[in-house]
Structure formats: C-alpha cells, structure tokens
Write a protein that binds this ligand. Structure first.
Ligand code: ADP
Length: 166
C-alpha cells in the first residue's frame, strides 16, 4: 500500500494542481491532499472553504482524500504512513524553493522522499495569486480553474465589494 501526500496552500486549487493530483492518483494507492492551515501567505479563502472546494473537484478520483493540517508536512506524512511528499514543479519559478524544502524535509525525516511532478505545459505559468488577481478585476479565469472555483471566486469578490461599499 503506497500512500503519498500532496501538501499546499491551494488558495484556490487550479487546473495546474488538479493535473498534478490526477497524475499522482495513478501512481499511488492513496493520495492525501493536505491543505496548509498555518500558511504565511495570508490566504483569501478560509481553510474550510479550500478543503470543501478541493473535495468537490477531486470527487471523481476515488483514491484521493482531502484534509487540513497545521505544523510540519513530514509529521503529517509519518502520522498517515505516507513515504512520499508530492510537489508540482513549474519551470524556473519553483526550482530553488522546492529544492530547498525537499532538502529540509529530508533532514527532518530521511525516510520520507519528495517526488516532483513537472507541471503540464499549459500550466507552467499558472499560479493561484494570478488567478485571484484576474478574478478580482472581473477577468475570465475559465481556462485556469474548474467552473465551481470560478463561481466561488466571483461570489467572494462580489461580497467583498458590497461589504466595502456599505
Ligand atoms: P505552497 O504554498 O505550498 O507553494 P501552492 O498551492 O502554491 O502551495 O502549491 C502547491 C504545490 O503545487 C507546489 O508544489 C507548487 O509548486 C505546485 N503548483 C502550483 N501551481 C502549479 C501548477 N500550475 N502546475 C503544477 N504544479 C503547481
């Protein structure tokens, strides 16, 4: 039984993340998507919103589960019996940070290996921040996120706008 863990902020999940998780789900018996609670990134979505949306997007993938966590990824991996941490790797932008994190995780627990899955060609320049910025400005994000995320972001920014006006 091989278990892998795919940690991240997923604020929100994009088609790039989904491509990685679809490919990972074919390689392992179980993949756990682990949504970071204590992110330093000041997320737009609450952790509960991110978990609910991801669950909705991965429904067709029977061996993928979703949970949130606080603390070290290696600790969660150990708790769940996962020997592999999956990370997506986009050209240039991710390399140094991801390499550093993989070394750090190796130091923390040598039994757990990081596996990099290269981002799909069409998702190389896709990240959650750009998606949020375009959505905030009312642009079309249909080629970057699943429809339910598009709808959720539209609603979220509408709420923010009306809260600001009142
Ligand atoms: P984190 O804050 O942990 O970097 P992200 O949600 O930004 O969380 O990313 C989670 C993982 O998914 C990271 O390994 C990141 O490199 C990868 N990733 C992000 N965007 C893409 C994409 N467009 N294609 C493939 N992998 C991606």
């Amino acid at each position: 039984m091989t278990i892998a863990i795919y940690p991240g902020s997923f604020d929100p999940i994009t088609l790039g993340h989904l491509d990685v998780i679809q490919r990972a789900s074919r390689m392992f018996d179980t993949v756990i998507m682990a949504v970071v609670r204590n992110t330093s990134k000041d997320p737009l979505l609450t952790v509960e919103e991110r978990v609910t949306l991801i669950k909705d997007c991965v429904t067709p993938l029977n061996n993928v589960s979703v949970e949130s966590f606080e603390g070290l990824t290696v600790d969660l991996a150990k708790k769940r019996g996962a020997k592999i941490i999956i990370r997506g790797l986009r050209a240039v932008s991710d390399f140094e940070y991801e390499f550093m994190m993989s070394q750090m995780n190796k130091n923390l627990n040598p039994d757990i290996e990081t596996l990099f899955i290269p981002a799909g060609l069409e998702y190389q320049f896709l990240n959650s921040s750009v998606v949020k910025e375009v959505a905030r400005l009312g642009g079309d994000i249909s080629k970057t996120v699943p429809p339910q995320i598009q709808q959720f972001l539209a609603k979220k920014f509408l709420q923010k706008k009306s809260a600001k006006q009142s």
